[in-house]
Design a protein around this ligand. Structure first.
Ligand code: CO
Length: 249
């Protein structure tokens, strides 16, 4: 079942997402060649704790870190490590936080120094596809209208959307019903209603949409080792349309 959240609950989800947003903003300023992703993880952990929250990811199914840091062909769930960032790489950072029993979740892909045009285009199209998906989150629309809008935009620019990972409902848990795919036919699935809260998170690849998981049990990489980008927002559906809860506003 898909929860309909009260105004009070949505405010709490917004509060957790505000921490997530501010964490991503803070991390964005730290990203440069030579920085270890573990350093970013440490900064995020301290920042979230100072805001009265905790990582939504640490300990989730045994996940070992505060944030996910995924470089180039890594799609999502990269584990922060002593690996240093290099000029020309793209880094996807996923942040989740819980405060007062409610969750926030958002992701952003950053350029490390100067990146080649194809990576720049990948980042732009992926972010645009997220906003195309969000724009479909109106009461009366169907859930699959979101994924259809994402997929249509991505494929019209020659890229592919990952199929095996999806967005999700969010609220009192990090992952709630429904699953929110980034592809599919329009007009299918549950009817969207005011008060629903979902995380929309397109993962977009330059090449094949096929992915696999590394031996660390977490890091998802593209099957052809070509780059991938990931953007995510937590949103709620209102009578007037979608409202983004993870943009710091
Ligand atoms: Co998510």
């Amino acid at each position: 079942m898909i929860y309909i959240r009260s105004k009070d609950e949505i405010y709490k989800i917004w509060e957790s997402n505000k921490i997530v947003y501010e964490t991503l903003q803070m991390l964005g300023k730290e990203i440069k060649p030579g920085v270890k992703t573990k350093r970013l993880d440490k900064l995020a952990e301290e920042f979230i704790h100072n805001k009265g929250g905790r990582s939504a990811f640490k300990g989730y199914n045994g996940y070992p870190a505060t944030i996910c840091t995924s470089i180039d062909e890594q799609v999502v769930h990269g584990i922060p490590s002593n690996r240093e960032l290099r000029d020309g790489e793209i880094l996807s950072i996923d942040v989740g936080a819980e405060k007062n029993g409610y969750y926030g979740d958002s992701a952003y892909t950053y350029a490390v120094g100067e990146v080649e045009p194809i990576k720049k285009k990948l980042m732009n199209i992926t972010q645009e596809s997220l906003y195309k998906g969000i724009a479909m989150a109106n009461p009366g629309n169907r859930l699959s209208d979101i994924g259809n809008a994402v997929q249509t935009h991505v494929e019209s620019h020659g890229f592919s959307v990952v199929r095996v990972l999806v967005g999700h409902g969010i609220g009192r848990e990090l992952h709630e019903h429904p699953e929110v795919p980034n592809y599919g036919e329009p007009g299918k699935g549950p009817t969207l209603k005011a008060g629903m809260c979902i995380a929309i998170e397109p993962m977009v690849n330059v090449g094949t949409y096929n992915v696999f998981t590394l031996d660390d049990g977490w890091t998802v990489v593209t099957a052809d080792k070509k780059p991938s980008a990931h953007y995510e927002h937590t949103i709620t559906i209102t009578e007037d349309g979608p409202l983004i809860l993870s943009n710091g506003k």
